[in-house]
Design a binder for this molecule. Structure first.
Ligand SMILES: Cc1ncc(COP(=O)(O)O)c(C=O)c1O
Length: 400
């Protein structure tokens, strides 16, 4: 059986090509317990997952340990721990239920393999992705045992890495194979795959010249539930939008995005909407925006100053069917003013976490009838159908 080299440098040093052949099920423990529903877009923790965590606590009697692991009782008596004691406490932290999502597997080029133990899903603190934000990431949904639009997300991932000057630790096909193997080992058939490329660990400088090896990390997150597309409110964000150079790449610098989401939620909305430097509609915190005009056009801002959403691009293709059957008159990408957006018949948020989510209110303005619109619903149905039974160009079967 071929193994991953311990690190990318090991691969390079030995002149060994990384062979991403399938691993035998005997080589890694498989997690078979399916935990209940967790919202894909990072919604509030489901009661059932909290319940499961409570059951783990009850079973392990770890409440006290969890408390002592997380709380310094005596500030002058911080324990000094061995590696195995740290590992034990990481296990206690995991069992405490402090996490509200179910992490099924992680690949790390640091340890050159896959783990299914969430306690071990850690990255080095001197990784420049952690302390300098020098990393990029992307995702892919896992639906019915298939990876949706992995190639499209990988294309963007590699474009982002190029822009962020992150050398690739492995070739594209090797990374693709490692990602698929990570999902396979996870046994997860519904959820998402998240992956990062970092300039790597090495020191705490700003320059990446001391980072010997770029790093690849990937995590599989289980999320069996499919979001029902209920109408939501959005607010215009007061957080400055990233300049186009940074907005078009998917780097880990998501503080503006997190604050835009925070501001939206603080104002009783689902998220915030950014305007660009000319005052035109740009995008949401982690989703694109679309409109249906009174003339039944599907209208989207161009992708030149914002992230080119894989979901939005697929929606633009699938929407051709609605043009063909007369529900839409045409599909167009151009500048959209706030006035035009607020006067639209329909507005929607589009992204891989939410698919297509209707917007029924933007700031104080009710959009259209104030109800979820028929085009948003039709586009949601189309993308869901595409995830379940679309062509091989968007669906890669996972060999479990
Ligand atoms: C800023 C931003 N815009 C748009 C999107 C939508 O992209 P995708 O459909 O590929 O998820 C995302 C997704 O994370 C994002 O972060």
């Amino acid at each position: 059986m071929a193994h991953f080299p311990a690190t990318p440098s090991a691969a390079a040093a030995t002149g060994h090509r990384v062979s991403p052949s399938p691993r035998s099920s005997a080589s890694l423990p498989r997690r078979t317990t399916l935990l209940p529903s967790i919202g894909a877009a990072g919604g509030p923790p489901s009661r059932s997952w909290r319940g499961a965590a409570a059951a783990v606590r009850a079973a392990t009697g770890s409440d006290n340990k969890a408390a002592s692991a997380g709380t310094i009782i005596n500030p002058n008596d911080v324990p000094v721990l061995s590696f195995s004691e740290v590992a034990e406490r990481l296990g206690t932290f995991q069992a405490s239920g402090a996490r509200n999502q179910n992490y099924m597997a992680m690949y790390s080029s640091i340890f050159g393999g896959i783990t299914t133990d969430p306690s071990a899903m850690v990255i080095p603190i001197d990784d420049h992705m952690v302390h300098r934000g020098h990393g990029v990431f992307d995702t892919a949904a896992i639906m019915d045992g298939h990876l949706y639009e992995l190639e499209q997300h990988l294309d963007r991932f590699l474009r982002s890495a190029l822009m962020a000057k992150i050398p690739l630790p492995f070739g594209r096909s090797t990374m693709r194979s490692m990602l698929i193997q990570t999902v396979s080992v996870s046994n997860c058939t519904q959820g998402s795959l998240r992956y990062w490329l970092s300039v790597g660990p090495g020191d705490f400088q700003l320059s990446s010249s001391g980072c010997a090896n770029p790093a690849l990390y990937a995590v599989v997150i289980e999320s069996p539930s499919i979001q029902v597309p209920s109408g939501c409110k959005v607010v215009t964000s007061s957080i400055p939008i990233k300049s186009s150079h940074f907005a078009v790449m998917k780097s880990v610098n998501y503080l503006p995005n997190a604050l835009t989401k925070f501001e939206g939620e603080e104002n009783g909305a689902f998220t915030g909407i950014w305007l660009d430097d000319e005052g035109f509609v740009a995008e949401g915190s982690n989703m694109n925006v679309g409109f249906v005009t009174a003339g039944k056009e599907l209208l989207m801002p161009r992708f030149d100053k914002i992230l080119s959403g894989c979901t939005a691009k697929r929606v633009l293709t699938l929407a051709e069917q609605l043009v063909a059957d007369g529900r839409l008159s045409r599909i167009i990408s151009r500048n959209v003013s706030v006035q035009e957006g607020k006067a639209a018949d329909e507005m929607m948020l589009i992204g891989s976490g939410i698919l297509v989510k209707p917007v029924v209110q933007w700031d104080d303005q009710i959009i259209g009838s104030g109800q979820e619109g028929p085009i948003a619903q039709a586009l949601y149905d189309l993308i869901l159908e595409d995830m379940r039974s679309g062509p091989p160009s968007v669906r890669i079967p996972v060999p479990y």
